[in-house]
Design a binder for this molecule. Sequence first.
Ligand SMILES: C[S@@+](CC[C@H](N)C(=O)[O-])C[C@H]1O[C@@H](n2cnc3c(N)ncnc32)[C@H](O)[C@@H]1O
Length: 271
Amino acid sequence: MPIQDAISPAPNTSLPNRYGALCTEVYDLDKPPGALHDVGYYIDRLAGLDGPILEAACGTGRLLIPLMEAGLEVEGFDASDDMLQVCRRHCEARGLTPSLRRARFQDFAYDQAFAAVVVPVGTFTLIDDFAEALAVLRRFFDHLRPGGRLMIDLMPLAYLANETPDIRTWTADNGDLLRIEGRPVEIDFGRQRRVTHDRYERWRNGRLVESELEIMAFRLWGQKEFELALSAVGFDQVSVRGDYQAGPPRRSSRILNYEARRPAGEQRGAA
Ligand SMILES: C[S@@+](CC[C@H](N)C(=O)[O-])C[C@H]1O[C@@H](n2cnc3c(N)ncnc32)[C@H](O)[C@@H]1O
């Protein structure tokens, strides 16, 4: 095989972490605006801040919308047109007009600096490469005001080895049965990376009428490793709790909640 063919992806190769139309429909059905236990936590933690908040990878507005409804000034970006389209629709229906942009963690850029940047529900693990993730942390740092807060939630490292298939169904408003069947296809302990194939399906009257394959690539972090990464980029006041509760995480914690501060008047770290 010529080297070029070996290194460049074939034209129809699916990119990972696409969040296409069917995946978006299921996400919104499963987690409509205001769903999940993190909403009150974020409102409490962000309420006293003076200045705009950026939700990186805001998706359908599940969190962004209740934050705005609580009176916070929030804007967001996301890589998926499908997720953003649903977010815009939800916002319009509620008379909300946030600034929403299509951008990636790897290339977002704003002229203004934020009082806080938030990345809930483990989305940061979708940056599946260590060096790239550090560069994104630097980008967050650069988009925070001195004294600004970064809040990132991560699944514990144990998720790397989880081999349990994810099989769930939902019923759409029109009666369609929506189904996901997700399976890990690659677990790389060295790179702390896992890849799953999530097959989304739409069944109508017992017939499969649509399917979509989402290739999801994650990089999981050790608890201390992520604290070190935040410090290496220049953040201070790095803290971590578990399941949105005060105090350090427990062995049973399902989600780790990191918080860190861009020091007032300090330069970025060397990493
Ligand atoms: C689990 S959803 C979370 C959405 C929202 N933050 C929430 O809490 O419901 C993950 C989101 O990350 C977005 N995403 C994935 N990779 C991304 C990237 N490289 N840059 C920006 N957004 C990305 C997806 O499009 C999707 O909307």
